[in-house]
Design a protein around this ligand. Structure first.
Ligand code: PLP
Length: 258
């Protein structure tokens, strides 16, 4: 059985973060493990509180996992602060992790910060260069690029600039643009590829970013090359949105077992 590790934050309502990742990994019939970087008191309506794990204890969790069950791929989500990022980066190098999906989680859809402002530099310099791919959404890509993204052409400009600036492959996710659900992979060598998606009318999209990045990690663990892994992960995500689970009073979670 393939083994996938998620290093991310807990969402008490089960829709995003660690819980979305573990459900996604289980739906791929793989063995999921978790290193928890932060707790959130959260539901479909928003984040009521956040409590970071001490960085040293994040490192202890990573050591415990790698000294026993070595993952075939790792996904990194909410990392919250710079000391946590530094310890994760150091451990990923120490354990020579080769399949590493980094979702640069910054702000929840509800507006709550999931990454301290002064930690963005650490994310860029310590984690991006050692990743297989980073998966920013439009808002995160705008922040990393420094300009507004409104259409396919600006997504391409953002992808090119981010891949060059941080020496990594970048998947710019277009789901937050009004009329499309198309994502763009821009590789650090300069090639690019569009993944066309069908837009599904469903307001319940809590945890879509977490789900896509862990599905990519699963497909990499299975041995697929990056472009095929992204295509398969996008197909899985589309099914999870299309199943139209309806839970909670806000933006509800996805159905991982459709
Ligand atoms: N909570 C946690 C712990 C997360 O990791 C994330 C996203 O990665 C979110 C919340 C945000 O989810 P959404 O923006 O889909 O509401």
């Amino acid at each position: 059985m393939k083994k996938v590790l998620t290093i991310a934050g807990s969402d008490s309502s089960g829709g995003a973060g660690i819980q979305a990742d573990l459900k996604t990994i289980a739906a791929h019939k793989m063995y999921g493990m978790s290193v928890i970087t932060a707790l959130t008191a959260q539901n479909t309506q928003g984040v009521a509180g956040t409590l970071a794990t001490p960085a040293e204890f994040v490192g202890q969790q990573i050591d415990a996992v790698f000294k026993d069950i070595v993952p075939d791929a790792v996904k990194i989500g909410m990392v919250f602060n710079q000391p946590i990022i530094d310890v994760i980066a150091q451990k990923m190098k120490q354990y020579q992790v080769e399949k590493l999906v980094v979702d640069p989680v910054m702000v929840a859809t509800s507006g709550s910060r999931l990454l301290e402002e002064n930690a963005i530099t650490a994310l860029k310099t310590a984690l991006f260069p050692i990743s297989t791919v980073i998966t920013p959404n439009i808002m995160e890509a705008q922040l990393l690029w420094g300009h507004k993204i409104t259409d396919r052409r600006s997504m391409e400009a953002a992808g090119q600039a981010i891949a060059a600036a941080f020496n990594c492959h970048v998947l710019v996710k277009g789901g937050h643009l009004v009329e499309t659900a198309n994502d763009l992979l821009y590789e650090k060598q300069g090639q690019s590829k569009w993944f066309e998606g069908q837009r599904i009318d469903n307001p319940n999209t809590h945890g879509t970013g977490c789900t896509l990045s862990s599905a990519i990690a699963c497909q990499l663990a299975a041995g697929l090359p990056l472009t095929a892994a992204i295509a398969a992960a996008k197909q899985y995500l589309t099914g999870a949105i299309a199943a139209k689970l309806d839970l909670g009073h806000g933006a509800g979670p996805l159905d991982h077992f459709y």
